[in-house]
Design a protein around this ligand. Structure first.
Ligand SMILES: Cc1cc2nc3c(=O)[nH]c(=O)nc-3n(C[C@H](O)[C@H](O)[C@H](O)COP(=O)(O)OP(=O)(O)OC[C@H]3O[C@@H](n4cnc5c(N)ncnc54)[C@H](O)[C@@H]3O)c2cc1C
Length: 359
């Protein structure tokens, strides 16, 4: 989409290979933005206020100048495929890629045992879990969500719930979020940051309990269900080599400490297109990354159960303005801004974790 929007690549043949035709609403993306963005047309809902329920702290957070955007997977796929199909230089294949390669001699992908050569490969396939070093953490953000419909109006549709930690923390860091679609419809998600997945029934039980006890809803229909797993890791995903560029989660665009990815992918893709249009290599090497260090510190604390996630996120939102936290989670704060935020977190566990990460 960034390539098409730039209008500079109309003479290039682009082949998109995906094993999935992208015809189902398999995920819902949320992300915050200050300004209109390239997927503005498919934003399904937008909120300027977010509830947060933490440890001894419940507040409606005013997030302006940000807006919390919700994009439904199916709307995103239909929109992108629609735009792509209007461009004759783009071709879509439904097929399975077994391998991608690039060296000084050739670049390409392997499909059905046949190599297709090209100038560049932009790869978003994580073929296997990477081999971790001793210093790497690999937590899972896993969640089940239901779109529920009630007979009576039960939701304030001008406010979403970002994180509600009132749910049991028996498995580790766990919270629910609620994205109201109307007064009697909402997407409710039960989310955990832990080392292993639960049984499917446990997610359903978590959702049922939350809906009954905290939303006070007993009579509802489940219209849709989604399930997802996002890696939360400080593993440095390779950016690529030669003319192979890794993108998306496979290219390290998932923020290790939060799992948010959508906005990082957009920034990364825009930067790639900008470089290509200036005839520069689209491989963006990572410089010293202090946000990666902060993510590592937080992952260290969560991985070793040194502080409950519930307390960390409570302190973040209790002692800082919501826009400042969102800017920090977007990796866009200045050193002064982030030190102000970090100083509101429990000193000892963070100091210890930071020292251990540096060592
Ligand atoms: C249910 C769910 C909800 C999420 N919600 C949010 C959110 O609210 N906010 C946020 O910021 N992030 C969210 N994420 C994380 C992240 O934004 C998404 O995972 C996002 O889709 C990642 O984009 P991607 O391009 O890396 O991977 P994908 O979107 O998964 O794209 C990879 C593509 O590769 C295809 N593929 C895989 N293997 C092969 C193969 N061998 N051959 C051919 N094709 C193949 C797949 O079919 C897929 O279309 C969510 C993730 C999930 C799973």
């Amino acid at each position: 989409m960034h390539m098409i929007r730039s209008g500079k690549f109309a003479d290039k043949k682009v082949l998109i290979i995906d094993k999935d035709p992208k015809q189902s609403n398999d995920r819902t993306w949320c992300f915050w933005k200050k300004e209109a963005h390239i997927f503005e047309g498919v934003v399904y809902r937008k909120w300027n206020e977010l509830f947060f329920h933490g440890k001894d702290f419940s507040e409606t957070l005013k997030i302006e100048p940000y807006h919390y955007n919700m994009v439904r997977g199916i709307d995103f796929y239909n929109y992108c495929l629609g735009v792509i199909r209007q461009h004759k230089n783009f071709h879509i294949w439904k097929d399975e890629v077994s391998h991608v390669f690039s060296d000084s001699k050739a670049t390409g992908v392997v499909v059905n045992g046949k190599a297709i050569l090209c100038d560049y490969v932009f790869n978003s396939i994580l073929f296997k879990k990477p081999e971790l070093k001793k210093s790497n953490y690999w937590l899972l953000q896993h969640f089940k969500g239901w779109v529920i419909k009630t007979k009576e109006p039960k939701f304030e549709d001008d406010k979403a719930t970002l994180m509600d930690f009132r749910v049991s923390q028996q498995h580790g860091t766990a919270f629910c979020y609620v994205l109201p679609l109307s007064a009697n419809k909402a997407l409710v998600e039960y989310t955990l940051f832990t080392k292993t997945l639960l049984d499917q029934q446990e997610y359903s039980n978590g959702l049922k309990e939350y809906i009954a006890h905290f939303l006070g809803i007993h009579d509802y229909e489940v219209e849709e269900e989604e399930f997802g797993v996002i890696p939360m890791t400080n593993f440095k995903f390779p950016v690529g080599k030669h003319r192979l560029v890794h993108i998306g989660t496979a290219g390290g665009q998932t923020k290790g400490s939060s799992g948010y990815t959508f906005n990082f992918i957009q920034k990364h893709s825009a930067a790639i297109v900008e470089r290509l249009s200036k005839n520069r290599s689209p491989l963006i090497k990572k410089s010293i990354d202090r946000f990666g260090f902060y993510d590592s510190v937080l992952l260290h604390i969560l991985y070793h159960d040194q502080l409950p996630g519930k307390e960390i996120f409570t302190d973040l939102f209790k002692f800082n303005s919501a826009p400042a936290v969102l800017k920090f989670l977007d990796n866009e704060t200045s050193l002064t801004e982030e030190w102000k935020i970090i100083s509101t977190l429990p000193t000892m566990p963070f100091m210890k974790a930071a020292v251990s990460r540096m060592v």
